[in-house]
Structures are given as structure tokens and as C-alpha cells.
Design a protein around this ligand. Structure first.
Ligand code: C5P
Length: 346
């Protein structure tokens, strides 16, 4: 690790992996009274990760260490926010130093900052040998950001509300995945604002057209789109949970069945026109053999799901030759996610 902590004898350190997520489909709904958008998404944790080291010692204060200049080291850092809240909830005292080894892209749509915060929370509980009740952890996580709670579940996770209401879904088998990270920073609030503008234009357009019925008025409007993905997901889930006599069983790969259930990421509609490079990246993944390719969150990360690790590795070679920054990984089941979080404690 490039930056080193000064350890004192009376301190405890825990090293954890902070895994990334991708969105297997994301539908944006209406703007709520609190300004957030209603969301329906399926999160999936993947093997790429940052490394977080949390040290607890005598003294006071919270310090963030990170070599990456794009990561804030003040109170605005998600790890700082979480520790502040957790120390209060745990009635803990002492000095907490958090060292972030950044491997995931910053502002990349892979939930890096959110995952860092949750990993820090889990490491803090471990160093302090105290545990927060699950509801308390979820409350703290949701207060810090919409994308944090999913990392308290891991694996395949249904996200509702503003994305912070999370429900574990059937654990899908691991699947080979290629992640492409273009050097583009997409602002999530800006992408949501553009989505709102687009929706408003559509509704205005429908009003302007004569003899347009109410069905057409909402057209592919906010709630319709949510219902559509909801139906697809529901069909997909009932397939796996329904009774044995009629059950056909999962054909091929359940993850690909989910893809066929009609998952899409709404952000592509506003982000691709603004950053054509990202749309090209998705096409490049498809040409390289991806069974399904998509933008993750609001981007700029793109991912592709592949039939095998060999196919994913071959795609990475091909994509790199074309100039893309690409990495092969796997989707992480809930069990693997929790097995692999803790690296060491000393
Ligand atoms: O909660 P989080 O920090 O991830 O949200 C970042 C920003 O993204 C919010 O301030 C808001 O502008 C936007 N957002 C939204 N609807 C959501 C989630 C985020 O409008 N469901």
C-alpha cells in the first residue's frame, strides 16, 4: 500500500475488501417530494474491489488517507460520514483512521464510494468488537446515500424507493463479466435532471398532439416503465419460487433469463447522447461477444456478461487492443461476498 499508517501498540486494525456493484437493469420513476427519484433496479455485486484499512486507537477524531486526489479527505467523504454516525450509535470513543486504496474508478457507476463506506462500517464494528443491530446499520447506510444499503446485503439485490430499500433476491450463480471504464465522469444528479427534462418534453409533446388519449399521454412515462420492469422481474422470480410440479427449472443461466425478462438501464437514454463514447463502448462489448451489455448506474462504467471466463478474457484482450480500459471479473454471490470481505485483522 503506498501510504502507510503510523501504528501504535494500543491500536487495532482491520483490512477489508470493498466490492463494486453493477445494475442489472434500472428504471427511473417519478420525482418524489424529497427531490429523489423513485427507482426500480437489480443490483449485483462483482469481484472488483478497493481495499480499506480501518485503525482504531486512543485519542479522538476521524482521519482519511488516500493517494487518489479525486477522493475527498474531509467530512464529506462517505466513510467519514458513516464513522461519525456509527461512533455515535455505538457510543464509541477513540481515533479512527481510514486508509482507502482506490482501485475502482471514482464516480464510475460501480458504487465505489458507497461500498467504501459500508466496508468501513463493517471494519469499524470489527475493530471495536461491537455490533450494531441490522436495522441500525441499514438506517445509517441509507442516511449517507441511496447506494449504500445494497452493500449490507450483497449478491443479487432488488432496490426500490430511491434505491435504498433493499431486498435479497435468489442468489444467482457466478457469471463472467467484463467491465469497461472510460475516462468520463458522469454526474448522477445531472443525469437525473436530464431524464426529468426528457420526460417533461415527452408529456408536452403528447399534449401538443391532437386526439391523444390518456394512455398515450403517459406513453413510456415514469410509472409505465417501472411497471414493465416490475412485471418482468415478478415473472422471473415466480419462475424460480413457484411449486415443483409445474416447474420447468432454470434453463441455461438464470442471469441471462433475467436479461430476457426485459432489463434495461434508463440512464442510457440520457447519458449515451451526451457521451457517444459510452454508447460505442457498449457496442464494442457486444461485438466482443457479450450476451448482454449495459451502462452501470449513471455510468460511466459499462459491463458485459459472458458465457464463460475464457470468453470474457478473450473479450478483454480484444477490447484493450481497440484502446478500451477493460477488466475481466465475475459476479459475486451473496455467500462469496461475505466470505471475501474480511482480509485480515491485527
Ligand atoms: O443518495 P445519493 O447520494 O446516492 O444521491 C446522489 C444524488 O443523486 C442525489 O442528491 C439526487 O440528486 C440524485 N438521486 C435521485 N434519485 C435517486 C438517487 C439519487 O435524484 N433515487
Amino acid at each position: 500500500m503506498p501510504c502507510q499508517m503510523a501504528y501504535n501498540l494500543a491500536s487495532m486494525t482491520v483490512l477489508v475488501r470493498s466490492f463494486a456493484k453493477i445494475n442489472l437493469g434500472l428504471r427511473i420513476g417519478a420525482v418524489r417530494e424529497d427531490g429523489f427519484h423513485e427507482l426500480l433496479t437489480v443490483y449485483q455485486t462483482i469481484g472488483l474491489h478497493d481495499v480499506i484499512r480501518v485503525n482504531w486507537s486512543r485519542g479522538s477524531g476521524i482521519e482519511i488517507l488516500c493517494d487518489d486526489p479525486r477522493v475527498p479527505r474531509d467530512e464529506s467523504n462517505t466513510c467519514h460520514l458513516v464513522v461519525e454516525k456509527a461512533m455515535r450509535a455505538l457510543k464509541g470513543k477513540g481515533r479512527v483512521v481510514i486508509e482507502i486504496e482506490k482501485r475502482l474508478p471514482v464516480q464510475g457507476g460501480m458504487g465505489g464510494a458507497s461500498s467504501n463506506a459500508v466496508a468501513t462500517l463493517l471494519a469499524l464494528e470489527r475493530v471495536m468488537k461491537k455490533t450494531l443491530p441490522a436495522e441500525e446499520r441499514l438506517r445509517i447506510a441509507a442516511e449517507v446515500g441511496s447506494d449504500l444499503p445494497l452493500f449490507l446485503v450483497g449478491g443479487t439485490v432488488l432496490g426500490l424507493g430511491r434505491g435504498e430499500q433493499v431486498y435479497p433476491l435468489e442468489d444467482l450463480p457466478a457469471m463472467a463479466c467484463v467491465v469497461v471504464t472510460p475516462e468520463v465522469g458522469v454526474s448522477t444528479p445531472k443525469a437525473f435532471a436530464e431524464w426529468d427534462g426528457r420526460m417533461a418534453d415527452r408529456i408536452a409533446g403528447a399534449f401538443a398532439r391532437p386526439h391523444t388519449g390518456t394512455a398515450k399521454l403517459t406513453g413510456q412515462g415514469a410509472s409505465d416503465r417501472m411497471v414493465e420492469l416490475g412485471r418482468g422481474l415478478s415473472a422471473w422470480l415466480s419462475e424460480s419460487y413457484s411449486g415443483a410440479p409445474f416447474r420447468r427449472g432454470r434453463a441455461e443461466n438464470p442471469l441471462l433469463e433475467l436479461v430476457r425478462a426485459g432489463i434495461k438501464n434508463d440512464f442510457e437514454q440520457v447519458v449515451f447522447p451526451e457521451y457517444p463514447e459510452l454508447s460505442e463502448g457498449k457496442c464494442a462489448l457486444e461485438r466482443a461477444g457479450a450476451k448482454y451489455a449495459s451502462l452501470s448506474g449513471s455510468g460511466s462504467t459499462l459491463y458485459g456478461l459472458f458465457a464463460s471466463q475464457e470468453a470474457a478474457r478473450a473479450a478483454v484482450t480484444k477490447l484493450r487492443r481497440q484502446g478500451w480500459t477493460a477488466q475481466a471479473t465475475v459476479t459475486l454471490t451473496r455467500r462469496k461476498y461475505w466470505q471475501k470481505i474480511l482480509v485480515s485483522s491485527f
